[in-house]
Design a binder for this molecule. Structure first.
Ligand code: ZN
Length: 141
């Protein structure tokens, strides 16, 4: 674990029809946020969620082509290949209140989204290939 301090908290709306993960990443790039946390609620037109198969070490993606509520989006911001990288997980609910969840992937389209991004001050966290998991995980300083 590293110790960090809250530098700034941003609160705002993401654009209708934007790609949820790309909009969050774009915001971090524009504001030079290299370390931070993100959370959001709202609604999406459709979603694409990842599930990492630990045995094959590959992501499978589920496309859910229907309007849903964003019950919860939580994630962090660190560096991958020296660029801000958002890693987020979401829980979504359909019109029947059934929930779906997973690793947020490009292809999740915003209907409305209220997001909070918090930039943190502290040592940089860089994602590097991790042998035991096959995932790009944080290299601990
Ligand atoms: Zn994930």
């Amino acid at each position: 674990m590293i110790a960090c301090h809250i530098e700034k908290t941003f609160l705002g709306r993401l654009p209708h029809d934007g790609d949820l993960l790309e909009e969050l990443t774009k915001f971090c790039v524009e504001h030079e946020i290299h370390l931070g946390r993100v959370e959001a609620i709202g609604a999406v037109k459709k979603a694409r969620l990842g599930y990492y198969h630990q045995d094959t070490r590959k992501y499978a993606f589920h496309e859910i082509d229907e309007p849903m509520e964003i019950l919860n989006l939580v994630g962090n911001i660190s560096l991958k290949d020296d660029q801000p990288f958002v890693h987020a997980h979401v829980t979504l609910a359909n019109r029947h209140g059934q929930a779906f969840g997973g690793h947020l992937a490009p292809g999740t389209i915003i209907f409305a989204c209220e997001a909070m991004v918090q930039s943190l001050r502290g040592p940089s966290l860089h994602r590097k290939p991790d042998e035991p998991t096959g995932l790009p995980l944080w290299e601990m300083p």
